[in-house]
Write a protein that binds this ligand. Structure first.
Ligand code: CUA
Length: 180
């Protein structure tokens, strides 16, 4: 083959390669700007120093609250070194939204065997929605190292049949399975 044909082919390929490299760079830069400009999940600030005084995460407001639409909201405090309530009870076959926050340091929030897995960062409310199809029990360990008591920081989630839940806990304002 004559040299100039080879040179032309090489040049065309170098343009193609340059275009691919530029495209990839552009994609990286655009994606970086996009995700830097908006937060990856809900960011809901809350004053971590006043959780116990007023608002959503006071002690008597923690636990499971059934909503008018039949779903459940579970409010949880993650603190060194426990979850409050330490035993969470929810109905099966129901939309469940966990809302958690921390008064001290970063904790982890994980319900084993489900999609619920998030960090609990002081100053913010972490929110995760899920649904339990079957009754049963799930462990809920803290999975962010939060100092010396970290290993002992865990709770349980009891999933109770929907009808049984209504019979056992119906009419109560906030529900948990912590023994009093
Ligand atoms: Cu809380 Cu580790």
């Amino acid at each position: 083959m004559p040299d100039d044909v080879v040179d032309d082919a090489e040049r065309r390929w170098s343009y193609v390669v340059a275009a691919v490299v530029l495209f990839v760079f552009a994609a990286i830069i655009l994606a970086g700007l996009h995700w830097a400009a908006q937060v990856p999940s809900n960011v809901e600030p809350i004053d971590a120093s006043r959780l116990h005084l007023s608002g959503e995460f006071t002690e008597d407001n923690l636990g499971t609250e059934m909503q008018a639409d039949g779903s459940a909201i579970v409010r949880v405090l993650a603190q060194q070194y426990s979850f409050v309530p330490g035993c969470i009870v929810v109905p099966s076959k129901t939309r469940v939204v966990f809302r958690a926050t921390s008064p001290d340091v970063v904790h982890g929030f994980l319900v084993a065997g489900t999609n619920v897995n998030t960090m609990v960062v002081p100053g913010f409310v972490a929110q995760v929605g899920t649904r339990f199809d079957r009754p049963g029990e799930h462990v809920m360990p803290c999975h962010e190292y939060c100092s010396v008591g970290h290993e002992g920081m865990w709770a349980r989630v009891q999933v109770v049949d929907r009808e049984e839940f209504a019979r056992s806990y119906g009419g109560q304002r906030r529900v948990s399975c912590v023994r009093k």
